[in-house]
Design a protein around this ligand. Structure first.
Ligand SMILES: O=C(O)CCC(=O)C(=O)O
Ligand SMILES: [Mn+2]
Length: 204
C-alpha cells in the first residue's frame, strides 16, 4: 500500500514523495520482467579526453528521441508493464495538479548493480524537457541515498532520501534550475537497485 504524498518545498525546490508507491508484488514482477524485456547497456562518458565506462547500466523506451548525456536515445517501444506504470503516473500527477507538456513520453532506466555503481551530481535540464521539467522517479530494489543540493544558496541544507522498494519521487517546478542531485557510491553492502525516470520530452 502506498503512503500519502509528502510534499517537500524549499527555495527553488519542489518535490513530492510517495513511499511504496509500487506494491512489493508488482516490484518483484517489474524487476524480473525489466531484466528480460529491456536491453541493458553500459554507456561511456568522456572525462579529460578519455572514454570511461559509466558506473551503471542503462536502458530506455520512448515515443520520441531524447539526447541525454550526449547520447542519442532513439524511439523505442514501451513494454506493456512500463506502459502500465506510465498510465498510473499520469493519474497521480493529474490528481496532484502537476502538468506536463507532452505527458511522460520517455523513460530512462538506470541499474545500479552494487554500491560501486553511481550517478554523479547533475541536473535534468535539457532544453527538450522544457522550462520546468517534471521528472517522475520510481525506485525498485535495494534503497540507496538520493542526494540533493542547492546551487545558489550554500546555506540551505542538502537533502538526502533513501529511495528504493517502490518509492516514487516527483521533481517539478524550478527544481532542475536551482538544485542538483546525485546517487553517490557507497561502501555499505547493497543489492541491485533499478531507477526509472519518466520524462516529458519535446520541442516547446
Ligand atoms: O537513480 C536515481 O535515483 C537517480 C537517477 C537520475 O538522476 C537520472 O536518471 O537522471
Ligand atoms: Mn537525474
Amino acid at each position: 500500500m502506498s503512503s500519502k504524498p509528502l510534499f517537500v518545498i524549499r527555495p527553488g525546490l519542489s518535490l513530492c514523495l510517495v513511499r511504496r508507491w509500487v506494491s512489493a508484488k508488482t516490484e518483484r514482477e517489474l524487476i524480473a520482467s525489466l531484466d528480460e524485456t529491456l536491453q541493458w547497456t553500459q554507456g561511456s562518458i568522456r572525462i579529460f579526453g578519455r572514454e570511461i565506462d559509466e558506473p551503471r547500466l542503462t536502458a530506455w523506451c520512448g515515443d520520441v528521441p531524447y539526447t541525454y548525456s550526449r547520447r542519442q536515445l532513439a524511439v523505442k517501444p514501451w513494454p506493456p508493464n512500463l506502459e502500465h506504470v506510465r498510465e498510473q503516473l499520469h493519474a497521480v500527477i493529474d490528481q496532484l495538479g502537476i502538468t506536463t507538456a507532452f505527458g511522460f513520453n520517455h523513460c530512462l532506466l538506470n541499474r545500479y548493480r552494487s554500491g560501486a555503481d553511481s550517478m554523479g551530481w547533475h541536473r535534468d535540464n535539457e532544453v527538450e524537457l522544457g522550462d520546468q521539467p517534471v521528472i517522475a522517479s520510481v525506485s525498485l530494489g535495494d534503497a540507496r541515498r538520493f542526494r540533493l543540493r542547492s546551487r545558489q544558496h550554500p546555506k540551505i541544507h542538502p537533502m538526502t532520501f533513501e529511495l528504493g522498494h517502490g518509492d516514487l519521487l516527483l521533481m517539478y517546478g524550478m527544481t532542475q534550475h536551482h538544485w542538483e542531485h546525485a546517487l553517490l557510491k557507497t561502501r555499505q553492502t547493497t543489492g541491485p537497485r533499478i531507477n526509472l525516470t519518466f520524462r516529458s520530452v519535446g520541442q516547446r
